[in-house]
Write a protein that binds this ligand. Structure first.
Ligand code: PGA
Ligand code: ZN
Length: 422
């Protein structure tokens, strides 16, 4: 049973405060969980409670969220068994009492919810990935490596936020990681040879001043070839334009990369052109989060050939996912625990996707900690895809390296498959 809940104001990978929650059981054993934080957040995400005190961390302190963990939440959960995650998460939602976790804070609530999952694993004597009560937690995810950072994640010349490598030809997770790392090294060489910066952005990808978004795709293909792999066969490309971040009242503003202003139909044509030119298997948030028509048009036109992922559009919320399933606005969902705020609601989002035949890609946030929770979560849920940035920066590698451990623990039971295979 839960004896104590406390929280510490720690720093995330962008040097912003976040919470590390410690849950102590009645027998004295304890577990910790740390909460991530996004930069290109969806409008309908669970509220991240910040102090707003300009004298501390530019207003981004999380002391109030910590007070809620140690006050209302600790009092509301004291003595409860950690065995029933759903009941505890329901209680957290009830204690908060708002639709978007604005009172206690989605950050406070998620930290506690994740700690409860870990405490249950401890009590059951199981690794975290085996403690979610799912039947066959043996599928390792296809890693999607964000190796070129743009948009709100870097001071680069790219309007699009993420250009990812997907090692579709890898036979195992371990080999996929090796292929990603070798191509990342080759990409560094390609950029260096062109006299471009190899400093990295928030998610560990390079952030060079390339000529255009198109140049970014060409550069990726060069790196794949330089590393000795076949573009599209061994390694494919996935994109997260994060279009909400360049959508304006006048249209989609691609002027940072030199393309200029385009409308919905022109942006769809641009994606069509790109799918023909490069081995692209997935596009996430290709349109603004309120441009449902854009997503519907894209899914109708391209959904049979590539994965169309909703991130800001869906915010890991079953309400939006159900709407998108009904109107065919995507065929996959990005899954971020802190968008919705509890482990149980995240599981419900995954289950809803699965029932509809949708794919699920579990995701880190651009502001991360070294907590590898999502590595265990993606295996527990059998989602089959994970994005955790480039194979660079400790907070990104914490997840990729944790999956290596899980793969070894699973031994011959470990499974791995290309989710994009026809
Ligand atoms: P964020 O970006 O964590 O900054 O929101 C990640 C994404 O858009 O997928
Ligand atoms: Zn995204």
């Amino acid at each position: 049973a839960i004896a104590q809940l406390s929280a510490l104001e720690i720093l995330d990978s962008r040097s912003n405060p976040t919470l590390m929650v410690t849950l102590t059981l009645a027998d004295g054993r304890s577990v910790c969980a740390a909460v991530p934080s996004g930069a290109s957040t969806g409008q309908h995400e669970a509220v991240e409670l910040r102090d707003g005190d300009p004298a501390r961390y530019c207003g981004k302190g999380v002391r109030r969220a910590i007070e809620h963990v140690e006050g209302d939440i600790a009092a509301g959960l004291a003595g409860r068994s950690v065995e029933d995650q759903a009941a505890i998460d329901r209680r957290l939602i009830e204690l908060d009492g708002t639709a978007n976790k604005a009172r206690l804070g989605g950050n406070a609530i998620l930290g506690v919810s994740m700690a409860v999952a870990r405490a249950r694993a401890l009590v059951e004597g199981k690794p975290l990935y085996a403690a979610f009560g799912k039947s066959d937690p043996t599928l390792l995810p296809m890693p999607c490596f964000n190796v070129l950072n743009g948009g709100k994640h870097a001071d680069s010349s790219l309007d699009f936020q993420e250009f990812m490598l997907v090692p579709v030809g890898a036979p195992t997770y371990r080999e996929a990681l090796r292929m990603g790392a070798q191509t990342y090294a080759a990409l560094r060489g390609v950029l260096h040879a062109r006299g471009l910066s190899t400093a990295v952005g928030d998610e560990g990808g390079f952030a060079p001043r390339l000529q255009s978004n198109e140049d970014a795709c060409d550069t990726l293909v060069s790196a794949i070839e330089q590393a000795g792999f076949r573009p599209g066969v061994d390694i494919a490309i996935a994109l997260d334009p994060a279009a909400s971040s360049f959508h304006t009242p006048a249209g989609y503003d691609l002027s940072r990369s030199g393309t200029g202003m385009v409308d919905r139909a022109q942006l769809l044509d641009l994606y069509e052109d790109w799918i023909g030119r490069w081995p692209i298997v997935s596009i996430e948030d290709g349109f603004d989060e309120n441009d449902w028509q854009g997503f519907v048009d894209q899914t109708a036109a391209q959904g049979g050939r590539i994965q169309i992922v909703g991130d800001d559009l869906l915010v890991t919320n079953t309400r939006f996912i159900a709407k998108a399933i009904a109107c065919k606005a995507a065929n996959a969902a990005l899954i971020k625990l802190n968008q919705i705020g509890t482990v149980t609601e995240t599981i419900e989002a995954v289950d809803l996707c699965r029932r509809a035949g949708w794919r699920q890609m579990v995701s880190h946030r651009s502001g991360e900690t070294t907590d590898p929770f999502i590595a265990d979560f993606v295996v527990a849920m059998g989602c089959g895809q994970l994005k955790s940035g480039a194979p660079c920066r400790g907070e990104r590698l914490a997840k990729y390296n944790r999956l290596l451990e899980i793969e070894v623990q699973l031994g011959t039971r470990a499974r791995f498959a290309n989710p994009f295979a026809a």
